[in-house]
Design a protein around this ligand. Structure first.
Ligand code: NAD
Ligand code: MG
Length: 382
């Protein structure tokens, strides 16, 4: 059946790879959004002829409107534009490929409008997992994981026949600083942090991979998607990124999903599930790879994983606080305004500083996010 999709964050790493696999599946594009990369968005719009385009940045949206004036594509701006793209009546599936908690409101709006979600934007689940999962259940929509680890788990779960999972094992590449001590991390640079060994991704998630906060965010993402408590989700460092994650059953049997590191497969599976179609991704040759290695994660050098475990245990608004502080700290780091090692320190500070709330409403989540960002910026100004 033809998929009619809206891509939020079409100009990013996941967005462009989504567009790359469209030729392999039966799909029509209804809406495309960007923050301010209007040159690329215009080219995408001319090729794919969506009904709606949006640039979140107001000035960029004005330029985009002029650029697309000779077409009948509607151009919108700001959060309203993102929401219009996410809820367009012609669309049945929304690919959430924006970076950061800015994805939360459009994702909730899409769910309420009955759209299935192909979810790349993990920050949304970290901030408001309970609200998002409750709302998906209420409106009967699917949350289809795009993140490679969660797609691997989802693919393995297809073989579970309704049996409960005993454990999830998330694999982590370890990032560019694997093996470094906390002391050695004091002198690493932005350029080094942005050199990921196996994946080419946006700057924010690449930094999260270097601090290992990415794995922390993914632990919380897995908790909400698969309903397992934090202590049944393990992390193992697997440098080659060939095994994308594993699940274990009561009898000790472990299932894994393997493949070369290439996001196009998990993106495609989220859009064709339960069907599998030929995919552009090169095939795996285990003999060529030779061997796969595994290590325990080092949460003394990479304390972000401990912070995420705390947020996963305590729930409430703590995920939103942790995520907001992390987005703010990573933003400072990417502007060369904060050393690498202080990112988790600032996140920990905000988690102690912002008052805990047990059953946050959406407004509470948004307020916790603001308070966490303010705590980071305040700390920085001291
Ligand atoms: P990216 O930085 O390459 O792209 C982000 C997209 O979001 C761009 O289109 C950008 O224009 C848009 N955007 C940025 N800020 C915005 C704002 N304030 N308002 C509206 N739009 C905005 O990021 P990415 O690497 O593609 O990651 C996107 C999401 O997918 C993230 O949540 C990330 O954690 C997740 N993810 C990415 C990968 C990957 O391989 N890149 C893998 C797994 C999960
Ligand atoms: Mg991942």
């Amino acid at each position: 059946m033809k998929k009619r999709i809206s891509i939020l964050g079409a100009t990013g790493s996941i967005g462009t790879q989504t567009i790359d696999i469209l030729s392999s599946i039966d799909a029509e594009v209804v809406a495309l959004t960007t923050n301010r990369n209007i040159e690329l968005l215009e080219a995408q719009a001319r090729a794919l002829k969506p009904k709606v385009c949006a640039a979140c940045d107001e000035a960029a949206a004005k330029q985009l409107k002029i650029a697309l004036a000779d077409t009948d594509i509607q151009v919108q701006s700001g959060m309203d534009g993102l929401i219009a793209a996410a809820t367009h009546p012609d669309c049945d599936t929304v690919v959430t490929a924006v970076v950061g908690m800015v994805g939360l409101l459009p994702t909730l709006a899409a769910i309420r409008a009955g759209k299935d979600i192909a979810l790349a934007n993990k920050e949304t689940l970290v901030c408001a997992g309970q609200l998002v999962m409750d709302s998906a259940a209420k409106y009967g929509v699917k949350i289809l994981p795009v993140d490679s680890e969660h797609s691997a788990i989802f693919q393995c779960v297809q073989g579970a026949q309704g049996n409960a999972l005993d454990r999830i094992i998330l694999t982590a590449s370890g990032g560019p600083f694997f093996g470094k001590s906390a002391d050695e991390l004091k002198t690493v640079t932005r350029e080094q942090a942005l050199q990921h060994p196996n994946w080419s991704m946006g700057a924010k998630i690449t930094t999260d991979s270097a601090t290992m906060m990415n794995k922390g965010l993914e632990l919380i993402e897995a908790m909400w998607l698969y309903g397992l408590p934090e202590d049944q989700i393990d992390i193992v460092v697997h440098r080659e990124s060939i095994i994308h994650s594993l699940i274990e059953f009561a009898d000790g049997a472990v299932l894994a999903q393997l493949g070369l590191p290439d996001m196009r497969l998990p993106i495609q599976y989220a859009l064709t599930y339960p069907e599998r179609l030929p995919c552009k991704v090169p095939r795996l040759s285990l003999a060529e790879i030779g061997r796969l290695t595994f290590f325990a994660p080092d949460d003394a050098a990479f304390p972000a994983m401990r912070l995420a475990r705390r947020a996963a245990r305590e729930k409430g608004n703590l995920g939103a606080v942790m995520n907001g502080a992390n987005e703010a700290a990573v933003g400072l780091f990417l502007q060369d305004a904060l050393p690498f090692w202080q990112i988790p320190e600032l996140v920990a500070f905000a988690m102690d500083e912002v008052p805990m709330q047990e059953n946050p409403t959406l407004d509470d989540i948004l307020e916790s996010d603001r308070a966490a960002r303010a705590a980071v910026n305040h700390w920085k100004m001291r």
